[in-house]
Design a protein around this ligand. Sequence first.
Ligand code: RNT
Ligand code: ZN
Length: 416
Amino acid sequence: MSKGYEEAKKKYELLGIDTDQVIDKLKTVSVSVHCWQGDDVKGFDQDGPLTGGIQTTGNYPGRARTPEELMKDMALAMSMMPGTQKLNLHASYAIFDEGEFVDRDKIEPKHFKKWVEFAKERKIGIDFNPTFFSHEMVKDGLTLTSPDEEVRKFWIEHGKACIRISEYFAKETGKTCVMNIWIPDGYKDVPGDRMGPRLRYKDSLEKILSEKYDRDIVKVCVESKVFGIGYESYTAGNAEFTLGFAATHKGVIPLMDNGHYHPTEVVSDKISSLLCFFDEIALHITRPVRWDSDHVVILDDETKELAKEIVRCDGFNRVYIALDYFDASINRIAAWVIGYRNVQKALLSAMLIPHEQEKKLQDEGRYTELMILQEQLKMYPIGDVWDRYCDECGVGDDASWFERVREYENTVLFNR
Ligand code: RNT
Ligand code: ZN
């Protein structure tokens, strides 16, 4: 045991916290790693631009261009992630045979067989997302809310196909598959009808959910959004719509992406509100800088606050934690690792807080002492516990893992 860790352990013991136990527990908490960081959200089933009002910026060399490259890159990134991961896929990452093409309304489990192999090798689960963007059937920026019945039908069929694929993932991996529905649909300017698109969205979602599936192993979520690029004035799936939908449709989980709110609104404060009404919720952890920019997650106050709320609400079994960011201006593998490790650091620091004691101080109105304790904890030796955790997980400490990425960059990525 390192001297630093020994001393940290003693320090936390005085707060009634057993750091060994915390480390063991953190190893079991899964964080879903999004495949789309590695190729700038391009996918493999089309060659057009990224649409849907989201944007990757940057031109860093080495973007993964094929399934093999993306898997190789992800495998390396995962080898530097402590704890338990899940693989988060989008439907656009279907893998076809040479010369084969199947459109999104008709994709099948077999098109994801290679991903299942990837997950099985690592004994990890898979989460899934239908892809309602970057496709020629997105007409006037609309999918499930389109007034054109042919367009709407196409996307409903896509949603259903994705439910079948999600069930296949859950069965193959033996782990729950979280299937998240997010659509970009909305308008750049003040709409003439706000209700119509929402009623069509509701009907489309109900049609998708009419697909028979095992609700114990596939968890369908709806993700809200307040605006997108080119969709500044209105989005059909805003917070109230998606929350209302989830609340009134049994088994549907609300998903909050912390890039999707007004700059002064924070998702950390919404977790406890939702857990009063929902058995389960889901998160996309990202970093919004002025807009839904999807910067790499850093260990900032909001990430720490999100983690604190998960821990405080005893939420490890109720909150599905996933990453969602895409940065093309830095090494993409490092981006994966940095964001993932920061979420884990936030969880660790949240688990190293004596929550019962803080709650008691609050309930007894001892706010001065509460503030003192909260501030005192900020200087505690979390780093020593973190180093120990990474050591136990065999993933390298913060100062060392990048060497492996640099070597891979020089030998593989820069040659693409
Ligand atoms: C978009 C949503 C959505 C996507 C991914 C690619 O604003 O956050 O979750 O980022 O599905
Ligand atoms: Zn998201």
